[in-house]
Design a protein. Structure first.
Length: 187
């Protein structure tokens, strides 16, 4: 969709950022299979500074339900293990002296349903964010019309464009939600 108006273009960019944030949030939800993004939020105490785990170690997925964390600096192994234990992952790390192995347990049906609800909640937050961006955009358009920058017809056309952009963003959020729910509920 070709958009010429700067107000709508900026709002569309903000909506895309809301979608990206939603994807990032969903990356932290465990779906019963290994995903390196599960470790994105873990920070490790490394020489007195909190450092993201993915900057201290190589994270690989050798099997469908196994994450392998191989630190670049072997002296950081104990601190990485401590950070994983302290996190809200709920997975016990297995340290073999050079790498840490994380085995993601199979999810129970009850837990799958809880995670699906969590995904639905995150999706609702993303939709609210998109609607708030739409509201801001509409206010800006009405203000521009009031100031004489837009005619009534131009305002009407831009409001239609704004609604199309919003509908597209909501549809994308729903697609992301459906994909994640399918991933969680598939056994």
């Amino acid at each position: 969709m070709k958009i010429n108006d700067p107000i709508i273009k900026k709002a569309q960019e903000r909506m895309e950022k809301a979608e990206q944030a939603f994807r990032r949030d969903l990356g932290g939800i465990r779906a019963g299979r290994a995903n390196a993004s599960l470790l994105n939020r873990i920070k490790v105490e490394y020489y007195g500074a909190l450092t993201p785990l993915n900057q201290l170690a190589q994270i690989t997925i050798p099997e469908a339900r196994v994450l392998l964390v191989k630190p670049y600096d072997k002296t950081a192994l104990k601190e990485i293990e401590r950070a994983i234990l302290a996190s809200d992952l709920g997975i016990s790390p297995a340290n073999d002296g050079s790498t840490i192995r994380l085995v993601i347990p199979q999810l129970t049906e009850e837990r799958r349903q809880e995670l699906a609800k969590e995904v639905k909640g995150e999706a609702e937050k993303a939709k609210v964010a998109v609607r708030n961006i739409r509201r801001d955009m509409m206010e800006q358009l009405k203000k521009a019309e009031k100031n004489g920058d837009l005619t009534e017809d131009e305002l009407h056309n831009l409001e239609e464009q704004a609604q199309k952009v919003t509908d597209a963003a909501i549809k994308e959020v729903e697609k992301i939600q459906a994909d994640k729910e399918k991933e969680i509920l598939d056994i």
